[in-house]
Ligand binder design. Structure first.
Ligand code: MG
Ligand code: MG
Ligand code: MG
Length: 309
């Protein structure tokens, strides 16, 4: 077991998961907690852009934890999205902005959940409450995470708190959210070097509901057709995931970050659940367009969880 308290976000980490782990590390140290930000998967290109911009090193990769290991979770709480071995570990704190699902602990803990657009916005408030300085590095980690999770404040998950935080963080960092944010988001849309298996796992989240198991995976793009052109190989990779992980449904969401629409490809034995969720038939390519839909958390997962009941 490691002495340090390990801080991490969800598997297939996104910019919020990586940045909020680093932001939380500083807050934990401020409380004299010997903590280390780590990660549960590969750093994606969008997050890579941020770390490279700041010349901050990637957190260390971990794959499982031992019994009794002390943990702080950011940007997630669901077991299916967390570290292997967590049930026997000791969760000291959770800072999150997702639904709470199958989360049980043996001991009291610090649990901070708010329905903001980004975990980093919660941490922004905590820094201010504690009077802890937000320097340029921490400020850039915060603004990057918020821009990523809210798609430059355009997602329906974005709240007034996220907007206010970005305004203040622009002053602190000297960055223009629009300019810096678009470059950062664009860096994340480059899928050219990824295999189809990597593409469908870049931002995949597993959900368990009513004995059904499904994965919703999402990629950002500036051109849906570009990604959809790879449909056949992507479907092949999706079929493999379905049989390997015994999934009922695999939903691959291609999100146009410029026009804020999504196209989904759906495979699996229970794909009628998705048709029911959106009251719309899949076309001959197992796909449908979802106008104005960009948020898995608010506009896709709840509808499917509901339809699965
Ligand atoms: Mg996240
Ligand atoms: Mg988040
Ligand atoms: Mg996300």
């Amino acid at each position: 077991m490691e002495d340090k308290v390990l801080i991490f976000g969800h598997k297939n980490p996104d910019t919020d998961s990586i940045c909020s782990s680093l932001i939380m590390e500083k807050l934990a140290k401020h409380h004299n907690v010997d903590a280390e930000a780590v990660r549960l998967g590969t750093v994606n290109k969008e997050t890579g852009y941020v770390l490279n911009y700041l010349k901050v090193e990637e957190p260390r990769l971990i794959e499982k934890v031992e019994k009794g290991q002390k943990l702080i979770l950011v940007d997630h709480n669901e077991a299916a999205q967390s570290i292997d071995g967590r049930d026997d570990a000791k969760v000291l704190a959770v800072i999150d902005h997702h639904r709470i699902a199958d989360f049980i602990t043996n001991e009291p803990l610090y649990y901070l959940a708010k329905p903001y657009g980004c975990t980093a916005t919660l941490l922004f408030e905590e820094y201010k409450k504690e009077g802890l300085e937000i320097d340029k590095v921490i400020g850039t980690l915060m603004i990057s995470a918020i821009i990523s999770d809210t798609l430059l404040l355009k997602s329906p998950t974005c709240t007034q708190k996220d907007i206010e935080a970005v305004k203040e963080l622009e002053d602190i960092t000297g960055l223009k959210a629009d300019e810096y944010g678009l470059e950062m988001l664009k860096a994340g849309t480059d899928l050219s070097t990824y295999s189809s298996e990597e593409v469908i796992n870049l931002d995949a989240k597993e959900f368990n509901a009513d004995s059904k198991k499904f994965v919703i995976s999402q990629v950002n793009t500036a051109d849906i057709d570009d990604v959809f052109a790879r449909r056949e190989e992507l479907e092949f990779a999706m079929e493999k995931e379905i049989s390997d992980k015994k999934l009922n449904i695999f939903i691959f969401v291609i999100t146009d970050i410029i026009n804020t629409n999504s196209k989904i490809i759906v495979l699996g034995s229970d794909k009628d659940i998705v048709e029911k969720a959106f009251n719309k038939k899949l076309d001959e390519f197992d796909s449908m367009i979802l106008e104005g839909v960009v948020s898995r958390k608010k506009q896709i997962a709840p509808q499917i969880l509901d339809a699965a009941k």
